[in-house]
Design a protein around this ligand. Structure first.
Ligand code: FAD
Length: 382
């Protein structure tokens, strides 16, 4: 085990692995990633792995656009051993209220101004894209053909393997138990396997990032909330794009091997790091799905599971350092869309840590925006 490191990254999900890769690519040596279980054991390995550029704020549009452009060439860029399975079947996002119709039309104008090829559709046009949907349940929709989904395991593994080839060390089944500081600076990380002296620590611990912050005496304004999801038996190809509704509270995609994966949000889900499954989710999810996508009522559910959304008050991530502790950086609070931001998270965090100009300005994604009351409200989330 390393006794010293230039930088320690806590968390072996998409964020930690992408940050490690980007730092190593920029020539930084002696980087250690610490993961308490195996890589992808957190939210990354439990997620829907959908990626969309259709957002309601410029910041989220730009971050996800950067990610889509990266993923389009990621097998080559990362030298992936296994195809990351980026299927660009598009996202059909359905509007069910007049408020959503108004918002979605504004979203399309914003997205198009940023080079995102989304369009606004009538219910009839939407049905041409997903013929088995009940179009009487919606008032309109938006569609972007370059959105899609990936294999979260292969994608994270590709980042991690590329980082390893560049010299990054990964310590799995190793738990960070403390962070040492002196005179307002980070000095090291205590783990259950020993101590590593380091001047830089990156907190990419997903649902546990608040706890990691507490170890360093740093307030991290996020909370973790359970989010559930299920998968059906595999059937022949029926649906190319992701079907998503915010007011209707559903996202549903067909994976490359034929099973449907679907989830929904629930404000009443526990916020105590629990990732057990509930009957209520399965019942509500099945009901919503059968109403909106009636053909799927014939499918059998194979499995359900849960993971953590790490929420911020404005559904945007927290990126960057903190003023009270030099060398301590945050990459967390992804509010249910941190997988798709993985490539952007890695590059932007590497640039921030190295003091380079940011490829996309992220000043307003700092932790202190909440204390300043400068939240960037995102209207388009499940
Ligand atoms: P994580 O993947 O949670 O990684 C953090 C890691 O830190 C964990 O592996 C954990 O074990 C480790 N860790 C914690 N504490 C310690 C410690 N003390 N010592 C060492 N290691 C520690 N996002 C999308 O973009 N698209 C989607 O379609 C999507 N669907 C989702 C569906 C569900 C059901 C869920 C739960 C999430 C979904 N998300 C989606 C969100 C996405 O999963 C997360 O935003 C993303 O995976 C966050 O990645 P991360 O690397 O920051 O965190």
């Amino acid at each position: 085990m390393n006794k010293t490191a230039n930088m320690v990254i806590i968390g072996g999900g998409i964020s930690g692995c992408s940050i490690a890769y980007n730092l190593a690519k920029k020539g930084i040596k002696d980087i250690v990633v610490i993961e308490k279980q195996y890589l992808t054991s957190g939210s990354t390995g439990r997620c829907g792995a959908g990626i969309r550029m259709q957002w309601g704020t410029e910041r989220n549009c730009l971050l996800s656009k950067m990610a889509v452009e990266f993923f389009e060439n990621a097998n080559e860029e990362l030298g992936a051993d296994h195809d990351i399975e980026f299927k660009q079947g598009g996202y059909l996002i359905v509007a069910a209220t007049e408020k959503e119709v108004e918002q979605f039309k504004k979203n399309v104008v914003l997205q198009n101004s940023l080079g995102i090829p989304s369009v606004y559709l009538s219910p009839k046009e939407a049905k041409e894209i997903i013929p088995h949907m009940d179009e009487t349940k919606i008032l309109g929709a938006t569609f972007c053909p370059r959105d899609g989904h990936l294999n979260p395991f292969h994608t994270t593994e590709a980042f991690a393997h590329a980082a390893k080839r560049l010299g990054v060390k990964f310590m799995t089944y190793t738990t960070v138990t403390g962070i040492t500081t002196e005179n307002g600076k980070v000095t090291g990380v205590q783990t259950d396997k020993g101590y590593i002296s380091t001047p830089i620590v990156v907190n990419a611990a997903g649902g546990y990032s608040k706890i990691i912050g507490q170890m360093a005496g740093v307030e991290v304004p996020v909370y973790a909330q359970r989010h559930q999801i299920l998968v059906t038996e595999a059937v022949e190809p029926l649906q190319g794009p992701m079907y998503m509704g915010f007011a209707l509270n559903i996202y549903c995609q067909q994976s490359p091997h034929g099973s449907f994966i679907m989830g929904r949000g629930d404000d009443n889900e526990p916020t105590d790091l629990r990732i057990t499954s509930s009957w209520e989710f399965m019942e509500e999810m099945a009901k919503t799905c059968c109403e909106l996508l009636p053909l799927l009522s014939k499918l059998r559910i194979v499995r359900q599971w849960a993971g953590l959304y790490t929420m911020t008050a404005d559904a945007h991530p927290i990126y960057g350092g903190v003023k009270e502790l030099e060398g301590f950086y945050l990459a967390c609070g992804f509010s249910g869309h941190g997988f798709m931001l993985g490539p952007a998270t890695g590059l932007l965090m590497a640039e921030t840590i190295l003091g380079e100009p940011a490829s996309i300005p992220i000043d307003n994604l700092d932790r202190d925006r909440f204390a300043r009351g400068e939240l960037i409200f995102e209207p388009s989330v499940v």
